[in-house]
Ligand binder design. Structure first.
Ligand SMILES: CC(C)(COP(=O)(O)OP(=O)(O)OC[C@H]1O[C@@H](n2cnc3c(N)ncnc32)[C@H](O)[C@@H]1OP(=O)(O)O)[C@@H](O)C(=O)NCCC(=O)NCCS
Length: 215
């Protein structure tokens, strides 16, 4: 049995650990965003069964190197933001996200991702987060910048959509870097994930206290 996993709350969003019950709503969100998603996401054209398999697997794999949150906006699933490619030896992992097209451009992904970044540094005790954004994916690049990520080099053909590979910028953020203030609070503040789901390699890093930036 999988223990209860608290959602994260932000000003406008509820971020819930992914569960099979989210599948239908995510499918609707994906279907409504097909044109934009197929520019950037390798899975954009996957069939419903493949998506359901992913949702089931992500639910079961929670805490085993990946943590996927469903973004709920006005009570409806509107996308996901997740941590994966966890490398425990160097306390590093990747963050990725997508959002339903009709609710983009309102700062929602920055709000959602900021909450998960904060959660990952505190609850998973990560030291480093990596984010890859297509060099022409201006919205995603901007989200990375607003979150305080720093731009590194280019990975040639570091990602693909259903048709083509494309180049990506690698961004990273260290737990000790200056970044905008935390915008989420767990329903049960400071509650750690259930025992056995996360094995922090080092004690939690103290959050730098910085003034919010006017990005
Ligand atoms: C990328 C994505 C998650 C952004 O979500 P969002 O909720 O619109 O993001 P935000 O509103 O928090 O921020 C978007 C920023 O990009 C800017 N932006 C959007 N389109 C832009 C463009 N064509 N050129 C320049 N800036 C652009 C917005 O103005 C905003 O910046 P601002 O706050 O400084 O004005 C969303 O567009 C999406 O899901 N795209 C498809 C999937 C995807 O690309 N995922 C990321 C893969 S790395």
């Amino acid at each position: 049995m999988i223990a209860a996993r608290p959602p994260l709350l932000t000003g406008r969003l509820v971020l819930e650990p992914i569960e099979p019950r989210h599948s239908q709503g995510l499918w609707r969100a994906k279907d409504a965003s097909f044109t934009e998603l197929r520019r950037w996401m390798a899975w954009a054209e996957q069939a419903r069964e493949s998506q359901d398999d992913f949702v089931r697997s992500a639910h079961e794999q929670w805490g085993h190197g990946e943590w996927v949150y469903v973004i709920s906006f006005n009570g409806e699933p509107a996308g996901t933001v997740g941590i994966d490619r966890h490398q425990p030896l160097i306390s590093s992992a990747d963050i990725g996200y997508w959002l339903r097209t009709d609710v983009t451009g309102r700062g929602l992904m920055t709000e959602a991702a900021a909450a998960v970044v904060d959660w990952a540094f505190h609850e998973l005790a990560l030291h480093r987060l990596e984010l890859r954004a297509g060099v022409e994916n201006y919205a995603s690049v901007r989200v990375a910048e607003k979150l305080g990520f720093r731009r590194g080099g280019i990975l040639r053909h570091g990602a693909r959509n259903p048709r083509n590979y494309y180049d990506v910028y690698v961004f990273d953020l260290l737990a000790t870097d200056e970044r905008p203030g935390a915008r989420a609070k767990s329903i049960e503040a400071n509650q750690r994930p259930p025992a056995g789901e996360v094995r922090p390699p080092s004690p939690p890093v103290e959050r730098p206290r910085t003034a919010p930036r006017n990005d």
